[in-house]
Design a binder for this molecule. Sequence first.
Ligand code: GDP
Length: 304
Amino acid sequence: ETLDQGLEKTKSGFLSKLTKAIAGKSSVDDEVLDNLEEALVSADVGIETTVQIIDRIEKRVAKDKYLNTSELNGILQQEMENILVDAPEAESYTFASTLPAKPYVILVVGVNGVGKTTTIGKLAYNFKKAGKSVLLGAADTFRAAAVDQLTIWSDRVGVPIVKQGMGADPASVAFDTVQSGVSKGADVVIIDTAGRLHNKAHLMDELSKIKRVIQKHIPEAPHEVLLVLDGSTGQNALEQARQFTAATDVTALAITKLDGTAKGGVVLAIANQFKIPVKFIGMGEKMEDLLVFDKHEFVDSLFS
Ligand code: GDP
């Protein structure tokens, strides 16, 4: 799906609340601001980011003395973009770009069910389409279903996969995968991991063990640690981002399932509150449904 189609629910909820917020009002007053705040929070922009946006609009109201409600949409859009000015961005990222290492190793982390496997499949598809050779590693060995799902994606996209038996040591699978990637001369190695958050110390140990064994082959690897978050869970996604970034060095974010949810505003909260670029957004279950995130396009499409 396209960005506009995918964001339909977030957009219609948000725009209708915005329209209600200014109904019957000619100037932006406290009541309008309160309603605006509510509209942002209900689109899951989150309290912290919402307060920042409202503060900026309040300052403009104070400065301009009188702000016409007809200008509010434009001003809101500007201020939503302004709060993202400092948000790091995966600058004009393309799958065809030359990667800084070969193989380029991406470790994918996230809680079960967020769309990790699907995102890996979509990434593999995009890299392959851009002419790169891809190798997958099934290091989520705790669930047989995870290995099965990744195998289905490897067949679907037509890229090889390294796996071991159920219950195998994830670090051992990661080791084998990178070794095979090196010997095959793969361009990209994408490794799935188990996302068990119930025990932070355990998660940290497991991820650092995986990193250590990967580094036996390639000292600079993993080149990317991609955290996958389910956008349809709204504020839960923010909480998971907090926990994972505390447990390991996450270098990029993917936010999935933005199609069919009214909570798409969470992308703004995540982009604003974490100093980690949101690189990809998931807009459906098919391999074509992964978009490279562009903050301006994203805010624009909320208003179009
Ligand atoms: P994992 O447990 O994190 O590996 O999650 P999966 O990749 O198996 O995905 C869980 C479910 O979410 C599956 O039914 C996927 O088809 C679905 N899913 C993943 N990404 C998206 C997305 O961007 N949009 C929608 N609508 N569904 C998605």
